[in-house]
Design a protein around this ligand. Structure first.
Ligand code: ZN
Length: 131
């Protein structure tokens, strides 16, 4: 099964997809399998992290800004090389196991689209495979 969703981002940040992906799993009717969540962008990423305390997402952004600052030496003319670096570091997809009809996420885990260069309109593709 293949699904897609569009996320309109306002700025750099984490946009939770967990509920949407859960809806896709329910809609698919697949109770045992694999779910791949993928974003086809070069300055956005997908990750799994804590969704209980929003300060975790704020700290992740802070840490990424410190780890990937803007350097005058960058050559990319668009001027958003830090966003490209962050997207590559985080990655463009995650895979979650589906067991007994549910995503096997931990209690505090949520699935996020990470925007590093908003505002943009982002696509997220979800592939659900039985097995
Ligand atoms: Zn660029």
């Amino acid at each position: 099964m293949f699904y897609q969703t569009t996320i309109k981002t306002e700025r750099e940040g984490f946009y939770e997809l967990t509920e949407k992906v859960n809806d896709f799993v329910q809609k698919s009717g697949i109770t045992e399998g694999i779910c791949v969540i993928y974003t086809p962008h070069t300055t956005a990423a997908v990750t799994i992290n804590e969704n209980a305390d929003a300060t975790v997402q704020a700290d992740l952004l802070l840490g990424l800004r410190k780890a990937f600052p803007f350097w005058q030496d960058f050559r990319h003319s668009e001027g958003n090389s830090p966003a490209h670096l962050k997207a590559s570091a985080i990655g463009s997809s995650v895979t979650v196991i589906i067991h007994e009809g549910h995503l096997l996420l931990g209690t505090w885990q949520g699935i996020y689209l990470c925007e590093f260069d908003g505002p943009r309109e982002r696509q997220c593709y979800v592939k659900i495979i039985a097995g």
